[in-house]
Design a protein around this ligand. Sequence first.
Ligand code: NAD
Length: 236
Amino acid sequence: MLSEILGRGERIVFFGGAGVSTESGIPDFRSGDGLYSRSGDTRYTPEEVLSHSFFVRHTAEFYAYYRSHLLHPHARPNPAHLALARLEEQGRLTAVITQNIDGLHQAAGSRTVLELHGSVHRNSCLRCGAPAGLDAILATDGVPTCACGGVIKPDVVLYEEPLDAAVMEAAIEHLARADTLVVGGTSLVVYPAAGLVHYFGGHELVLINAEPTALDHLATLVVHAPIGETLGAAVP
Ligand code: NAD
């Protein structure tokens, strides 16, 4: 039972992806109604548009896609985000490691959040380095620019870009020390993030995902159900 495993855990780590935020109304990539299967510009896949070279060559098209598909300023944390914040508050969860860029774990109250792929809430000027918040992006149309005239880029890890080494190291340390790992809402196909799971040094591996994943066979407990409902019910 999930509630018993979480009740026993003293150093729980959560590793999650886009499926954690679908119950907040943010589409993932690979579900039936995810961004991959949405109608629109079919010339490019989301991976192409969200790549470094596309950003450099087609900045306006990048921003058109980014604004309409990845910015969800009105989304609120769902029971999964809130349950993980409660576990940390209870002193049993040491870190949330997320592939998400939406900031909803922090909005729910989680403090130790390792954002492997960055955040839409942080942006900076490519010319002078000045930081800009999400508000600065939302207040403009098209390609946002800095007072110095430089293009502003989201602090989001695009395909072809490396992950932040310090964030990766911190994630590995938390995983190596954890006694319980809960993996949820991720298809576990985006590397190198998905490979982090192999650094887990404990014994209780729980997988909560709407669909089967390649790691189901390694788990102590596999739950194929919505993660908000599942975690919300398991964490008092
Ligand atoms: P993915 O789309 O590849 O996989 C999501 C997985 O979650 C799927 O296996 C799906 O079955 C499952 N899922 C969807 N809703 C669920 C729910 N309510 N309960 C349980 N499982 C559910 O996402 P990924 O593995 O995170 O990789 C995609 C990449 O795109 C990542 O880098 C991710 O951060 C990024 N992305 C982020 C956001 C966001 O910040 N919210 C949204 C879309 C994509």
